[in-house]
Design a binder for this molecule. Structure first.
Ligand SMILES: [Zn+2]
Length: 219
């Protein structure tokens, strides 16, 4: 079922309805990991996949203006449809609040898309150069997210302070090996975007922040 749309896309977004599509969601980790027997997925797909879901059945949990009407049990059952191993395979988890009227009315601030594009292209060049320097097959790895666990320590080099922060995060947040590697690879990308050779504490702190939702909701 995933073969056709994913093989031909470079980016997809899916609205996740945990109550309705548990079986189909269970196939997605295989898509990210390159497939497995019987999954119906046979190859690594080079895609950016964005999954969106509400934090509770009514959609107002954590809303500043409207009260959530769900019971704790309803919320627990709803979130329970998304498994730990599934969350583990996602690179970044972030919380987005409902925009306020004034936000929609005011002119957008921040960087423009062309400026961001330029920075991303520069970071991609840094990544490709690093892959060539480490003599790694570019057909297997063409970005930080594809770095296999076997060479992640070699490619994602961290400062002494950064290592201390990672050590503390690993024990205090009960990270899995997969989560730990995800944090390292995301931190590597943040450092690349900043033009830094070594991953430092600020890059690791930002990468850890992108996994905070997992702990907030699925604790
Ligand atoms: Zn609710």
């Amino acid at each position: 079922m995933w073969d056709s749309p994913i093989e031909h896309a470079s980016a997809i977004s899916l609205i996740v309805k945990p109550f309705c599509i548990r079986t189909r969601l269970s196939l997605l980790p295989n898509v990210f990991s390159g497939g497995s027997q019987g999954s119906g997925v046979s190859s690594i797909s080079d895609i950016s996949c964005v999954l969106l879901m509400n934090a509770c059945p009514c959609g107002y949990l954590f809303d500043e203006e409207k009260e959530c009407k769900c019971t704790p049990l309803q919320i627990q059952r709803y979130l329970g449809r998304i498994s730990g191993p599934f969350l583990d395979r996602l690179d970044i988890h972030i919380e987005i609040s409902r925009p306020k009227f004034n936000d929609l009315e005011s002119a957008p601030n921040g960087e423009s898309s062309p400026v961001i594009k330029k920075r991303v292209e520069k970071a991609r060049l840094i990544q490709q150069k690093r892959i060539q320097e480490h003599d790694i097959d570019e057909n297997i790895i063409n970005s930080n997210s594809h770095i296999p666990a076997s060479v992640v320590q070699k490619i994602c080099q961290v400062t002494v302070d950064g290592k201390q922060m990672l050590k503390h995060a690993f024990s205090s947040l009960n990270l899995t090996a997969r989560s730990y590697n995800k944090i390292l690879k995301v931190a590597r990308t943040i450092a690349d975007l900043a033009g830094q050779d070594l991953i430092d504490t600020e890059h690791i702190a930002e990468a850890i922040q992108y996994r905070s939702l997992e702990r907030k909701l699925w604790r």
